[in-house]
Ligand binder design. Structure first.
Ligand code: IPE
Ligand code: IPE
Ligand code: MG
Length: 230
């Protein structure tokens, strides 16, 4: 039975979850943070090595200021509140995305948490924050072009080493909650052969049992990578 090394999640549906309860969208994001904790625990138990979470896209910067500010605040407060658990469980914490758009204070906080957990190796939790697939490919192309100019030809380093996700294996399984059947500018390069799992459950309702259900379905998938089945 195959086991995914890298599970990724498009955590969608916080707003609808909140609206259905007469709450603000920001309260929906706060509730979603509990599902993040639950899935981290489930990933550790299941032996998953990388869990990446689409937390905030480049396009999400276009949301109302109040909502963006609430998400930035939740990012800061959850890093603080989750650190002891990460420390205890030897979880490495990383954030991937366009950090330059974040406030200097948040950038510093993220760097501190990354440095603090850098030696941990049970599970690597990666928040994809201020991230988008096209942004990643563009920034990689810029670096590649510079390397090309320096080398006076194609550099020895493969293109994908310039992606923001360099060193992280491509996702084996991508889960999307919230019922939409799209990729919303996520890891466009990295998902070339990823298995997709869609569920109508809204992110704040998605917990350990749901995560394990997705893993079970993954086990039965027949991955061929373009080859003929033997
Ligand atoms: C996902 O939930 C979280 C972010 C995109 C930040 P949404 O806020 O998109 O929730 P819906 O899709 O509107 O319900
Ligand atoms: C995708 O959800 C982004 C994250 C979950 C962070 P969106 O709610 O932004 O995606 P669309 O707009 O429905 O495609
Ligand atoms: Mg959404």
């Amino acid at each position: 039975m195959q086991q995914p090394v890298h599970v990724s999640i498009i955590m969608d549906g916080n707003g609808r979850w909140a609206t259905a309860r007469g709450l603000s969208r920001s309260e929906g994001h706060a509730a979603g943070a509990e599902s993040v904790r639950a899935c981290c625990k489930a990933a550790i138990k299941a032996g998953v090595k990388y869990l990446s979470l689409y937390t905030f896209s480049q396009e999400n910067w276009n949301r109302p200021t109040k909502e963006v500010e609430a998400i930035m605040g939740l990012m800061a407060s959850n890093i603080i509140s989750t650190m002891p658990e990460f420390e205890q469980n030897k979880v490495r914490f990383r954030v991937i995305g366009d950090m330059e758009r974040l406030s200097p204070a948040l950038q510093e906080q993220i760097k501190g948490a990354e440095d603090h957990t850098a030696e941990n190796d049970t599970l690597t939790v990666i928040l994809m924050f201020s991230y988008s697939g096209k942004w990643d490919i563009e920034q990689a192309a810029e670096k590649y072009a510079k390397a090309y100019a320096v080398a006076g030809g194609a550099p020895e380093t493969p293109f994908e080493s310039f992606l923001a996700t360099a060193g992280v294996p491509d996702p084996d399984l991508l889960i999307r909650t919230g019922g939409e059947l799209r990729i919303s500018n996520y890891m466009l390069w990295q998902c070339a052969y990823t298995e997709f799992y869609f569920t109508d459950k809204l992110w704040p309702d998605f917990r350990e049992a749901d995560f394990l259900e997705a893993l079970e379905e993954f086990k039965a998938r027949d991955r061929r990578f373009g080859k003929v089945k033997r």
